[in-house]
Write a protein of this length. Structure first.
Length: 426
């Protein structure tokens, strides 16, 4: 598998950081020549990941607080061992995983021949196992709640892979998770609670600063100042799509019967024929608007209520929830436990399966614009306080401090020479 290094020299936003810390230094041992952003140590951290875009927001957060991260990534056809919970893992991918471990170990050593890296932040199993084999101070990032249980394959290969994953999780200096489900799963397989850190995914600062363009959206769909505009940014791609469209349009029809000052926006795609042929659409044709995907960000930032339906891709669904709150939109989302873990309390209205409950929630929000503004403001404030780059950077600092301290203690013990007396008969 071809591997390459990317972003070896990232743009350090704080160019006043001049002196590279010692690999064994702790925050309290930083030299006076180092300029650290307040109480955050300028860790030199390697993010080992499959694709750079997966960690760019995290890297940006660390740069903002004064750390010195860089990214080592693989390129090409990368085996994905952790797919959707509904997909099966093939044996070929498990075999590829072990090959990737060898390649990652070589890459980590080549990218830092002088061993100046203080933390390896691994975002995949192969990178994590490679860091352990290279005896690097490891932070293992669990990106999906199902990741600790890699596969239900009962073969020897599947069992060995699960054991290897458990080894990486329990041997890492720290394990970072992003949901309560993942945290409980890690505890179940033996990760010590003191080594677990639940850190939310950082939010793009541009989303927190997005400004609605109400005039644009009103002119685009023929609305006015008292219209409640609903937006469903994503629908299922699989066999549940038609049922989801039917539920959404039936619920909106009930809302329209009660309040005519409502609009529903969906995005065009190659399968939007199911929307145009729905029985309810003939009486909703001026209330339901199909806009091109190019308008997506403007609609997202300017609508009143974002509706997040159940999705085949849990990661994509979680991102939609967070984006809606970051943009300051009222949120109406399907009632799934994993979704509840993704966002703060009292910032969303939830709905169960079927059109009745969804229609009731939509009607309530249309009747109560003040409540819409209240939950949108509440959600935006909580997301900003929990997921801003500065907050995430400081949380990473706490994790790295613990890992560096553990590594220093381990190295000290390994250097101690112990003489053990033995009694033998001569």
């Amino acid at each position: 598998m071809p591997l390459t290094r990317t972003l070896r020299q990232p743009p350090i936003v704080n160019d006043s950081i001049r002196v590279a810390p010692s690999p064994n230094a702790t925050p309290s041992e930083a030299s006076s020549g180092q300029v650290v952003t307040r109480d955050v140590f300028p860790w030199r951290v390697v993010h080992a990941c499959e694709q750079a875009r997966d960690v760019l927001t995290l890297v940006q957060s660390q740069l903002i607080v004064g750390m010195r991260p860089f990214v080592v990534t693989s390129r090409g056809n990368v085996a994905k061992y952790y797919r959707s919970r509904k997909e099966k893992i093939h044996a070929a991918l498990l075999l590829q995983a072990w090959s990737d471990v060898r390649d990652w170990k070589r890459l980590l050593i080549e990218s830092d021949p002088e061993r100046t890296t203080e933390i390896v932040h691994a975002h995949s199993f192969a990178a994590g196992m490679a860091a352990l084999r290279a005896d690097a101070p490891l932070v293992y990032d669990v990106h999906q709640s199902a990741e600790p249980v890699a596969t239900e394959d009962k073969s020897w290969l599947g069992r060995s892979f699960r054991v290897a994953q458990q080894f990486v999780l329990t041997s890492a200096g720290a394990v970072v998770v992003h949901s309560n489900n993942a945290r409980q799963e890690c505890i179940r397989i033996g990760v010590e609670e003191s080594s677990l850190f639940c850190i939310p995914q950082p939010i793009d600062p541009a989303l927190l600063e997005s400004v609605p363009d109400r005039r644009w959206i009103e002119q685009r769909i023929g609305a006015n100042g008292v219209t409640t505009i609903f937006f469903a940014p994503e629908l299922s791609k699989g066999p549940e799509r038609e049922l989801q469209i039917s539920t959404l349009l039936t619920a909106f029809a009930c809302t329209y019967e009660e309040n005519e000052n409502v609009k529903l926006i969906l995005l065009q795609d190659k399968d939007d024929g199911a929307i145009r042929q729905h029985p309810e659409i003939h009486k909703l044709r001026r209330m339901v608007h199909l806009l091109p995907p190019a308008d997506r960000d403007l609609v997202f930032a300017s609508c009143d209520v974002v509706i997040v339906c159940d999705s085949f891709d849990e990661d994509s669904q979680a991102l939609l929830l967070v984006e809606a709150l970051a943009r300051g939109r009222a949120l109406l989302a399907t009632n799934i436990r994993n979704s509840r873990d993704s966002i703060p309390a009292r910032s969303c209205l939830w709905f169960g399966p079927g059109p009745r409950e969804l229609g009731q929630r939509m009607s309530f929000l249309a009747r109560n614009p003040d409540f819409c503004r209240m939950i949108s403001s509440n959600g935006h404030g909580q997301i900003a306080s929990a997921r801003s780059p500065q907050v995430i950077g400081r949380l990473c600092h706490e994790v790295y401090t613990q890992v560096a301290a553990k590594k220093k203690q381990t190295d000290a013990k390994s250097n101690d020479i112990q003489l053990i007396p033995l009694q033998v008969n001569l």
